[in-house]
Design a protein around this ligand. Structure first.
Ligand code: NAP
Ligand code: F7E
Length: 337
């Protein structure tokens, strides 16, 4: 029976990875940050019997004393380092925090593996945000990086730390360069969750207007439940390497909003330009407006990944298409509004 540690277990991917590893018979340990409510995030969606099989360690990845003690006291076969300040928008306002958690926290974990558990395999949650202002389309493992946010820069530091430790110390360290992946358990401030929730509420009678930023940003959006399988497969290889996980398709925020309103049989049409652009329903009601506070100081305009290496080597392929993803997210909100 293998033992895995998941940092960031209380986040979106933490939920899906925990479920997957428990199904595979792993002993699962997870790091959860203490907050005033002692809440456990998405772990609350894991059913009680399964959750009882997860060993929670309360702590913060920026606390090297805590991390070192954890690795000294417990042996892990696989370490999935998912913990991060993961919201790109916030990283512009809180760059120091973003670097402390995403670079400093990552350094604590890689050093603990190197010092105490060098036989363990380690996964790092790298990101398509490292491509930023893209140098080629679609983006592959060989595409040069050009991050556009403190978040993107912090993840690039983590990515290169992993590569350097792999080369310098012969450790099994892998980087998953994952493009956007969403789900019913996505954090509330990400655009897909925000839109799904607002559309569900509007369809049930709310008179609110959905306020968004850049409608024309395009992302390669897949389903998170499938992407954790890709993470796990990277860790089952005989040699460590880096892999892109993506769908190979791209859609705009505008298309996401249109698709979400179609799911509730309220098709929309757009009118106006720039900050004055609005979306109407068939009865003439304005349901979407632009709020410039959601624009980013520097934007990542278009991302589209080429997952062919993961398909070839890992046998992994994204299956859920864009419209189905939108439907899964909106239907989840309809059931919970
Ligand atoms: P998420 O929902 O934001 O989860 C992040 C997790 O990190 C949460 O459990 C959070 O705890 C934890 N965390 C944050 N700061 C911490 C700290 N100082 N100490 C300990 N834990 C801390 O992110 P996700 O969508 O699951 O993504 C997982 C990882 O993949 C992240 O590293 C993200 O940057 C990366 N990534 C995500 C995507 C995507 O599209 N989802 C794509 C590429 C890469 P709290 O619950 O207490 O906040
Ligand atoms: O933004 C635009 C926004 O915040 C997507 C993280 O998981 O994926 C995620 O980062 C796009 C951007 O995700 C709003 O400007 C418009 O162009 O949902 P998001 P993200 O920035 O792509 C990557 C791969 C990660 O690694 C990250 O951890 O949507 N947008 N209007 C908006 N975005 C938000 N949040 N809110 C809006 O109202």
């Amino acid at each position: 029976m293998k033992t895995a540690l998941i940092t960031g277990i209380s986040g979106q991917d933490g939920y899906f990875l925990t479920t997957l590893l428990l199904q595979k018979g792993y002993v699962v340990h997870g790091i959860v940050r203490r907050n005033s409510q002692a809440s456990i995030g998405t772990l609350r969606y894991v059913d009680d019997t399964d959750r009882a099989r997860v060993q929670i360690h309360w702590g913060d990845v920026t606390d090297h004393v805590f991390i070192e003690r954890l690795f000294r006291e417990h042996d892990f076969d696989e370490v999935y380092h998912l913990a991060a300040q993961s919201f790109v928008g916030l990283s512009f306002d809180n760059p120091k925090l973003t670097y402390d958690v995403n670079i400093g926290g990552t350094l604590n974990v890689v050093n603990a593996v190197k010092e105490f558990r060098p036989k363990a395999k380690m996964y790092f949650a790298a990101t398509s945000e490292m491509f930023g202002k893209v140098h080629e389309t679609p983006q592959t493992e060989e595409t040069p990086f050009h991050p556009r946010s403190p978040y993107g820069i912090s993840k690039l530091a983590g990515f290169w730390t992993m590569k350097n430790y792999r080369e310098a110390y012969n450790l099994f360290f892998v980087n998953g360069i994952l493009f956007n992946h969403e789900s019913e358990h996505r954090g509330e401030e990400f655009v897909t969750k925000k839109v799904s929730k607002a559309v569900a509420r509007i369809s049930k009678g709310s008179d609110e207007v959905l306020m968004v930023g850049n409608l024309d940003a395009k992302r390669d959006w897949g389903y998170a439940g499938e992407y954790v399988e890709g993470m796990w497969r990277m860790m089952q290889q005989t040699e460590p390497d880096d892999y892109v996980l993506a769908t190979g398709t791209t859609h705009s925020v505008r298309e996401f909003i249109e698709s979400a309103f179609r799911c509730v049989n309220m098709p929309i049409t757009w009118s106006g330009n720039n900050l004055e652009e609005v979306a109407f329903t068939a009865d003439g009601r304005v349901v979407v407006r632009i709020d410039p506070t959601f624009f980013r100081p520097s934007e990542v305009d278009v991302l589209i990944g080429d997952p062919s290496k993961a398909e070839r080597v890992l046998g992994w392929k994204a299956r859920m298409r864009f419209d189905e993803l939108v439907r899964v997210m909106v239907e989840h909100e309809l059931a919970t509004v």
